[in-house]
Each structure stands twice: as C-alpha cells, then as structure tokens.
Design a protein around this ligand. Structure first.
Ligand code: ZN
Length: 484
C-alpha cells in the first residue's frame, strides 16, 4: 500500500514536474514575445525622431562639424598636432559656439587666438565652421512657432488630489514627465530654441526690423516661454517647487519642500530642466539662448515675495494668502528676499534666459481703462523690473491682446501706452495655427501655443508637428480633463 502510494506520488510528481517545465517554457516564450514587441514599438515610436541633420553628419566628414566636439576634434587631430591645455579649452569653447550655430563667434574666437597664423589645427576648424555655415539657410521669421508652459506639476498625487485647484492644474499645467518627453521629442525632431530677439532687431527709437535665423538643414527654430513663474501662494503643498534658487555650484535649481519640511534641490520646473537638457544637448539652443519667463508682480517673482505689499503690509492691500504668509514667516526680511531674487534672475540671464512682463496684476488690459493699465504698468516697473531688469517683451495674461489681427497703430491707446513703457514685442495665445507672426514698423507680435493638459487632451492633432501626445501623456492625469 505504502509502496503503491509512493510510486503513485512519484508518477504524480513527474507529471507535475513535466507540467511545470512546460508552463515555464510557455512563460519564457510569452516574455520573449513581449520583449521583442516592446523593442519594435521603441524602434518605431522613439527612434523615428532621430535628427536627420545629425544622422547625415555622421558620414559627412570634416564639413559636417555640427555633429559635435568629438568629431571635429578627431578629424582635426588626424592632420594636426595635439593642442596644449589652453588651446584645448579654446577649441572646446569654439566647438560649443558652433554647435549652437554661432559660427561667426566660433571663427572669431579662434582667429583672435595667439599664433593663429601658425595653428593648422585651428585653421582647419575655422574652415569646417565656414563650410557648415555655408550650408545653413535663413528660416522664415513668419514661420517661427512659439510654445508655452506654466509651472510644471512635480508631484502628480499632490496636484491631482481632488481639491479646488485640481481642475485648473489639469487644464493649464503640464507635468514634469510630460515636459521631459516633449523636450526630447522636439529635440529629436530637430527643433532649436531661439529668442524673440533672434527674430527682430529693435533700434533705440523703438523701430523693429526682421533679423535672420541661420540654421543647418533639418533644424526648425521655436520660441519657448513660461508664464507665471511666481510659485503663487495658492500652489503651496500642491506638488510644485517653492522657488528657484542659485545652488552651491552656481547653477539655477528649484527648491522643493518635502512633507517632513526638509528642502530638496533639483530640476523640478522648466528653467533647471531646460538648463540641464541644453548642457547635455547644446545644439538644442541657438547661440546659447533659452526661453522667456513671463512674470506678474503681485505675489513677487520666482518664488520670492518681492512685491511692494510684502514691504509695506498695507492693511487694505494684504490678501488672506499674504496674511497667512506673514504669520508663518515671522523672520521674513524683505530686503534679503529682493537680494536673493535678484541673484537668481542674474544667474538665469547669464544662462540665456530672458524675462517678460505678464502685467503686474495678471490683467486683461482691454477690460480696464488705460489709466488703470498705466498704474499696473508702473507697479511692474517699480517692483519687478528692479529684480529682473528691463524688458521690452509683454506676454499678455489670459492669452488676451490689445487689438485684433490687424497691425497695431498708435491710434490704439493701449499700444501707445505700452510703447511708451518700452515694450516692442507682444505675445498672445493662438494655438489654432503652427505660427502666427506679425512684424510691424515698431512691433513684433507672435501667437503662442499652450502645450498643457487641455490642449493635449482635446486637440492632440494641433501639436503633432511638435510631439506625439500618446508618448508624452502622463497617465496620472485625471480624465476627462475638465472642459473650459
Ligand atoms: Zn498667466
């Protein structure tokens, strides 16, 4: 009996072991198939955006300098002596300039070096820059697209937590992971970040003329802006960083307040994310230019409480948010706050960022009298400009404008006012078309495209020239995105 039992269980054991082996084999096969399909999907969805210019360059030789420092260096090294440390540093500076399409500066830098006449290596580099520049062509200014973002959602769970602000974040904000994907996709499609001031020259007298943006084949310029980079009080605790700071290494980073009150420093919003991206991909930036940050003033700038009201604490102007801020920050020092904000703004400008007015009070000008608008403008002038410096760019709040599609004229009292305050470049929001640019005798106007939850959810086709929403979309975003 026992023996039979034994042999029975042994048979059963062998049968089960056979089954198990078969199951394992099937599972392995399934895993293999999944792996292969993932690889295929990756190849087709991600690799297809390889920059054609870069691919071409890999076989282009010395003429195609723009592939990168390595190639230039190696090509030159084949025929010229190795440089000393000083030459090497000069060479890498020149290569970076050329990578960012500033061939004239790159050439001037090497030509002005000591002993250039006897330096075959540098001469060879200069001739490669000249060849690359000769292959560039001016991009039509009226075809330049402009995309914009608000503060990025860093912690999805906190932003999309069902509170009264969730709907707004879901509509007009982009999450950090979506932004990363958008940057990568745009870079892989050959987009290059330019400044509004690369599009036009503004003379002393405020007259405006078109400039030339010279790019190699396959490259497409675009303007990037960020609105309301103020880290408003209402966003506290909702998954956004608290401010921009200058880190110990001199780089601009975000400070983020964790649940336990500790402060993390890192790339949590547009500015440091783009800075790090351009460090790794210098050719994403034209002449080292980055985006334009549009600022209001009523709760300060860049996360610093630098507005007049934080200094005066004038009873009838202090909001509930500000009252709570004063209560929870008894050591608040206004002058120190302004000094720190100024340090950040200076570091940003040194990194290629520019600033724009978003009006002091986030107003739609035409809903106010010109006198009221003038008071708003002087507040920006008195309390924001000392921190971020002069700017001639006005990025309207609410995507508003001070006129219809027809060119501005001085008959328009709002235009006359803003010109008198030194503004020459005006941006509204127009996502219906890839580019809307109007260059008048004394102004540049450009429509901007919102790359936010609302746009991605309701009209992904309107951004398909820039990136694929299916790839960028953050699954943590609640759907449907609430209609406007
Ligand atoms: Zn705004």
């Amino acid at each position: 009996m026992r023996r039979e039992e034994d042999s029975y269980s042994e048979r059963e054991y062998r049968r089960r072991r056979g089954n198990l082996l078969l199951k394992c084999l099937i599972a392995l096969l399934i895993l293999l198939i999944i792996g292969l399909s993932a690889l295929l999907v990756y190849e087709f969805r991600f690799r297809q955006y390889q920059n054609p210019w870069e691919q071409k360059d890999e076989s282009a030789g010395a003429g195609g300098q723009s592939t990168g420092e390595v190639q230039v260096t190696e090509t030159a090294a084949e025929e010229a002596a190795l440089p000393d440390a000083e030459e090497a540093s000069l060479e890498s500076k020149a290569n970076r300039l050329a990578l960012q399409y500033d061939y004239d500066e790159a050439i001037a830098l090497l030509r002005s070096s000591d002993g250039y006449d006897r330096n075959d290596r540098f001469k060879q580099l200069v001739s490669s820059y000249e060849t690359t520049k000769a292959g560039c062509s001016p991009y039509p200014i009226d075809q330049v697209t402009h995309v914009f973002f608000h503060s990025l959602v860093w912690d999805d769970a906190k932003a999309f937590d069902g509170d009264e602000y969730e709907a707004g974040y879901n509509q007009v904000m982009t999450t950090a992971s979506e932004f990363d994907s958008i940057l990568n996709q745009m870079y892989n499609r050959g987009f290059v970040m330019v400044s509004l001031h690369d599009m036009v020259d503004v003379a002393e007298d405020g007259s405006v003329t078109q400039k030339e943006i010279l790019l190699p084949p396959g490259k497409t310029p675009f303007v990037l802006s960020q609105d309301d980079c103020s880290y408003y009080h209402y966003m506290d605790g909702d998954g956004f960083p608290s401010k921009l700071i200058v880190a110990d290494d001199g780089k601009v980073k975000n400070a983020y307040i964790e649940d336990d009150g500790s402060v993390s420093v890192g790339d949590y919003d547009v500015v440091p994310i783009v800075d790090t991206f351009v460090e790794q991909h210098p050719d994403f930036s034209y002449h080292g230019h980055k985006g334009i940050v549009a600022l209001t003033g009523y709760e300060g700038v860049l996360g610093y409480r630098t507005d007049e009201v934080y200094k005066t604490r004038q009873e009838d102007r202090v909001t509930d948010f500000q009252r709570i801020f004063f209560e929870t920050h008894p050591d608040f020092d206004f002058d120190q706050e302004v000094a720190e904000a100024t340090k950040v703004a200076d570091a940003m400008k040194a990194e290629g960022w520019e600033f724009a007015s978003h009006t002091w009070g986030h107003i739609n000008p035409r809903q106010h009298t010109v006198d009221d608008v003038a008071r708003d403008s002087s507040r920006w002038h008195d309390w924001v400009e000392p921190v971020v410096g002069k700017t001639d760019v006005l990025i309207f709040a609410f995507g508003a404008d001070i006129g219809d599609w027809q060119p501005y004229t001085y008959d328009n009292p709002y235009f006359a006012h803003y010109k008198s305050m030194g503004f020459n470049i005006f941006c509204n929001v127009d996502a219906s078309t890839k580019a809307w640019v109007q260059v008048g005798p004394d102004f540049l106007r450009q429509g901007r495209r919102n790359l936010d939850g609302y746009r991605m959810y309701y009209s992904p086709d309107l951004v398909s020239d820039l990136f694929d929403v299916d790839i960028a979309w953050d699954e943590n975003r609640p759907t449907p995105v609430p209609p406007m």
